[in-house]
Design a binder for this molecule. Sequence first.
Ligand code: PEP
Ligand code: MG
Length: 869
Amino acid sequence: KKFVYDFNEGSKELKPLLGGKGANLAEMTKIGLPVPSGFTVTTEACNEYYKKESVLWDELKEEIFQHLGLLEKESGKKFGDIKNPLLVSVRSGAVISMPGMMDTILNLGLNDESVVGLAKITNNERFAYDSYRRFIQMFGDVVLQISKYKFDHMLEKIKQQRQVEQDTDLTAEDLKNLVIEYKKVIEKETRQVFPQDVKEQLLMAIEAVFKSWNNPRAKVYRRINDIPDHLGTAVNIQMMVFGNMGETSGTGVAFTRNPSNGEKKLFGEFLMNAQGEDVVAGIRTPQEIQALNSRMPDAYNQFVELTDLLERHYKDMQDIEFTIEGGKLFILQTRNGKRTTHAAINIAVDMVEEGLISKKEAIMRVEPQQLDQLLHPTFNEEELTKAEVITKGLPASSGASYGKIYFTPEDVVKINSTGERAILVRHETSPEDIEGMVASVGILTARGGMTSHAAVVARGMGKCCVAGAGEVRINEANKTFTVGNRVFKEGDYISLNGNTGEVYSGKVGTQNPQLTGNFQTFMGWADQYRRLKVRTNADTPRDTRQALEFGAEGIGLCRTEHMFFDDTRIPVVRQMIISRTIEQRKKALDKLLPMQRQDFKEIFEAMGEKPVTVRLLDPPLHEFLPHEEEDIRSLAKSMEVSYQQIKEVVNDLKEFNPMLGHRGCRLAVTYPEIYQMQVQAIIEAAVELKKEKAIEIIPEIMVPLIGEVKELQYIKDIILKTIEEIIEKSGVEIKYLIGTMIEVPRAAITADEIAKEAEFFSFGTNDLTQMTYGFSRDDAGVFIKEYLEKNILEKDPFQRIDRNGVGKLMEIAVELGKKIRPDIKLGICGEHGGEPNSVEFCHLLNLDYVSCSPFRVPIAKLAAAQAAI
Ligand code: PEP
Ligand code: MG
């Protein structure tokens, strides 16, 4: 089996094998771009490595050295040579890019001999020793796992001794000394000398990259981004070119379009006399790419041409790394650039208009989940005019946010768990900060540019980020930062504008965004292709209006119990529950009736003639009762009954397992008058709207938690009688549907019987998952976390439909239901209705609609369109 590919043997189609970076290096080589030669060790080799209990096997080593030999021949240099040494970079390259998560080593192949050769052949001793010390440091960090600061400390010490500011001010002699010091650090930390055998260096580095696939930050990143663990990483070994050879050398990163807002303009940064990691790590703040034009116009113009070519070739916005060595341009990497959702939509729409991609391709370019970013707040304009800007950094990732400042990722995680909004403030972020970044509502860094780690990662998360705010002086020990003479302490509020880079003192309120322009165009295209309708779960007129703004096409679930919790209603609800006789209960229900009717009227009216599914009361009654002694006393007083009486009711209603207890349709079997009242409110609301406004409503009345068709028959009888009475009395004809939720596994497997009575099914996948797995939906969070960490579950089944189990039951129910009633209406209203992967499943099952919370309506729409393409 072949485990190593030369760059000129591959192409972009081989991405699963060569990883993203390797495949694109091969592709660029194929189309004739100036790419330094090299080869790729495949992802299969990485997986094989783990299978072989983490040792490199002999055949693989041989294959690697064979390709190394080819590289020597092509370059005319020799690995480890004292005259003309070949140096390589060793870089990870996963199939799905994970920026900054895995490791890179530059300048490999240097030792005490070859460094002399490098100095001679480049006629630049300083450069040679600078490369050597960088290599030892990276090798020490990545391969030997020695903390970076141990090296940084030595560097600082020499700079102090020599009284210089910049690394570039150190002389060749200084750097030689630094190499000696670095080697001592390695000997002290590992009790072994720094390896002088360059082949050994190479194998150790390749192994380290394989291992970095499973470092903690890569694992966290994969979990957050849903990247499977079994993919493995490829390793790219590429001939070094040097951006640190002097003032006609440099290195940089550029995006073919603006990754924050999508503007069609080359966007990037470079540093002269530097190596790649200097730009990405944000150690020196780089210059805008356009400034390269005045320094090196030829290289600049060639670069602009190539970026154009690459974008047209890949038909997507590219993120390109380049190096200039002695005036000659090399492309080191290209990949589809990470971008904010705002940019993603603008770029997709622009590219359709430019004729570069089709509408269908445009729709596939935006991750549905990403839309979430757009539906989130911007600053409240009014508050903004009064707010005080304290400083400005780079607009690294768009959005607006306010929060309390914290200086370590650990503190942010801690504060976030208490429900507070925390902003992470750092000199610069590093991949170890990832969990703090996830837990923050925004990120502020003092150093680093638009392509620094913080910026790239924040954009991926859709998190607001201001980077490189140079006036911010952070004192980590005191947990403060200062701007000029103003001091901000841990826990103080600041606000960040990720679109402009502005930082405000205090809290600037935020508001929901306007969804117009390209967003509308884009969603319009999604609407053309999707088959699934998208409804919303809404219980109040306010939610209903919000959902309509986001484009809901109906209500798939109105949980009527949420109307019961209102402050003015809860006493009446309680009165109903503690009633001892039917008469007492009816009296309370009579009071609730007009309130419910008014709610329904408002919701129906807001929805126009769009379908509305109203679910009859579902939760166990005890949820409405007070449990603290004090509350029971005050209820007793207000209802003019004894404390004892209420206490007894509360005790009577207590259940060992309320989720499987007296709830759902079971309540109506015991207290039919509750559903009677609700049905009366629904139908009367429809009658009134028809009379008053000529709005024709077809209410869909939904009975929850059916498991046995006779339950439904019993309740349906009561519902029908109630409806007929009202219709007759009012003389107004109202059409309606009566259906059920499929939440109990038994309902799914007897769906043919149930379909005889039900005109529609709505899958309540929250309860269906609970009862299929036997996982309590209120308690499972704790252990599901462990299941995920231990790979027993790939995904929380309460978030994404478990297709093999719960999904199977749904499939059965659809098939049995359609057999009896071919036109049965089918939908889903569990939380899964807004989760893209589950939406795709619903599309495949041929459901009529999904229903989800208002904020997820656009997400579900896009997911539905992608499923249909
Ligand atoms: C469900 O069970 O999926 C459902 C929508 O009902 P609820 O979440 O209200 O139990
Ligand atoms: Mg339910």
